[in-house]
Design a protein around this ligand. Structure first.
Ligand code: GDP
Length: 472
């Protein structure tokens, strides 16, 4: 209605144009910027937006090739529960505290960094598990260069091992396998390697591309070698950053401390964060009053790949929020206010997730190339059959990708993966858990449930032809 009156055209004309474009809209429907641009264009107008997303994104300084220097890798540890993720993180953290270092007691600040025996630095995210990793990714934050996947040698490749492998692969992050608990008499690393090979994860000493190290998070055996393998993997990535500019980073966690105010753990990714800098993250800003490393030592500046705990924000930004060093307080405040306003308007949708209904519209405006699907089913046979049939629906215009397929209930981890990869979840003879259902609502992820394979295939096929009748 608003758009029609702006263009001085009848609402019916606008609605029927929308139909022609494959959008089924009502008179009061909110349209996104993309749709408005296309519709306006059809009527000979050019749409301009006053409060667009660009306006709340900080324009960052560009880097010249000569400004870039090597930076340390950022690592996340994943794996099945009880396979030793926390023990490995703890061992690494504690064994790398140099003798006589001040503030020997390490604190959990969400991230830490260590210097290996070969003198190279590695930063670790201290929230083990693929859920945290994928939740960050779903918020648009890319904070992991290499993933370590821990598998207990006295156990097997388990469902969460598979999920972790899958999530890391979908994210395109290189993986190093750590076969843990080899101190145990029942340890059987070859069995693990074989199970991995059965999933197409072939380790290096079996002629594959995955580096693998046998370790014990209890005795420390093999851990230095594991870290060297991580560094080798990082070397291939040629990780570089410009340390000589305003800081750019990601918020890892934030909390209100009674005595100190808002305490925010930030991973600086490029540039340098200094005491006194003005910073912006989400809808919050402030001036850096103090910074600490994970041992509680005061530090004055933090360069690329350095986790720090900082004081000075006027509130608690969310984990995954981007942090930007700003020119001055006035500029930071303007950004924060504008973001706050958008948040209040419930207009925060950085990107609307795909639904089958939405495909027709995106096809019409030519912005749709790939359909990502997660398949969950009750038995292996149906999961495979459904996945194969869906894959075969790929056309010249739209490629169907099955980014994950597994037997079992639809879990929160599936929803997070869908959110991070803009995917639709198709369940066959399974239901989402309560947690997954709630998360899917919040994240606006479409879950489609079927009890007949043929129906699932038909719906996706219709959607891809822009023919799916809208659900009311
Ligand atoms: P997480 O759930 O993956 O974080 O696993 P934890 O680190 O909590 O470890 C689960 C259990 O396995 C704990 O009781 C640990 O003490 C034990 N554990 C972890 N690593 C090793 C290891 O290398 N050897 C032995 N023997 N036990 C280990």
């Amino acid at each position: 209605n608003d758009l029609a009156s702006l263009m001085n055209i009848s609402v019916n004309e606008v609605i029927s144009m929308c139909m022609t474009l494959g959008m089924f809209v009502s008179i009061n429907q909110r349209l996104d910027a993309e749709a408005i641009t296309v519709i306006a264009d059809e009527f000979g107008y050019t749409a301009e937006f006053t409060s667009s997303e660009e306006e709340v994104e900080v324009v960052e300084e560009t880097d010249e090739e000569g400004d870039l220097t090597e930076r340390a890798p950022i690592v996340t540890i994943m794996g099945h529960v009880d396979h030793g993720k926390t023990s490995l993180l703890d061992f690494i953290r504690n064994s790398k505290v140099t003798e006589g270092e001040a503030g020997g007691i390490t604190q959990h600040i969400g991230a830490y960094d260590v210097t290996t025996d070969s003198g190279k630095r590695i930063a670790f995210l201290d929230t083990p598990g693929h859920e945290a990793f994928t939740a960050m990714r779903a918020r648009g934050a890319k904070v992991t260069d290499v993933v370590i996947i821990v598998v207990a040698a006295d156990d097997s490749v388990m469902p969460q091992t598979k999920e972790a492998l899958n999530h890391a692969q979908v994210a395109g992050v290189p993986i190093v396998i750590a076969i843990n608990k080899i101190d145990k008499p029942t340890a059987n690393p070859d069995k693990i390697k074989e199970e991995l090979a059965n999933m197409n994860v072939l380790v290096e000493d079996w002629g594959g591309k995955y580096q693998c190290q046998e370790i014990s998070a209890k005795t420390g055996q093999g851990i230095n070698d594991l870290l060297e393998k991580v560094l080798l993997e990082a070397e291939l990535l040629e990780l570089k950053a410009n340390a000589d500019k305003k800081a750019v980073g990601t918020v890892i966690e934030a909390e209100l401390d009674k005595g100190r105010g808002y305490v925010t753990t930030v991973l600086v990714q490029s540039g340098t964060l200094r005491i006194g800098d003005v910073v912006l993250a989400g809808a919050h800003y402030g001036r850096v009053k103090a910074m600490f490393d994970h041992r509680g030592n005061k530090i004055k500046n933090a360069g690329p790949s350095t986790p720090v705990q900082m004081l000075g924000f006027d509130g608690a930004p969310q984990a995954g929020d981007k942090l930007n060093g700003m020119e001055n307080e006035r500029e930071a405040r303007e950004f924060a206010n504008k973001r706050e306003q958008i948040l209040r308007e419930q207009n925060i949708r950085t990107k609307k997730h795909i639904t089958l209904d939405e495909i027709g519209r995106r096809l019409a405006i030519g912005s749709f190339k790939e359909l990502n699907i997660i398949v969950k089913g009750d038995v292996d046979g149906s999961v495979e059959a459904l996945s194969d049939s869906l894959l075969k629906l790929s056309t010249d215009e739209v490629q169907v990708n099955i980014i994950s397929k597994a037997v079992g209930q639809i879990s929160e981890s599936d929803v997070l993966l869908a959110s991070a990869s803009d995917a639709v979840i198709v369940g066959f003879q399974v239901r989402p858990s309560n947690g997954a259902r709630k998360l899917a609502e919040n994240e606006e992820i479409e879950i489609r449930l079927y009890s007949i394979i043929y129906d699932a295939i038909n719906d996706v096929k219709d959607a891809m032809e822009g023919m799916l009748a809208p659900t009311v």
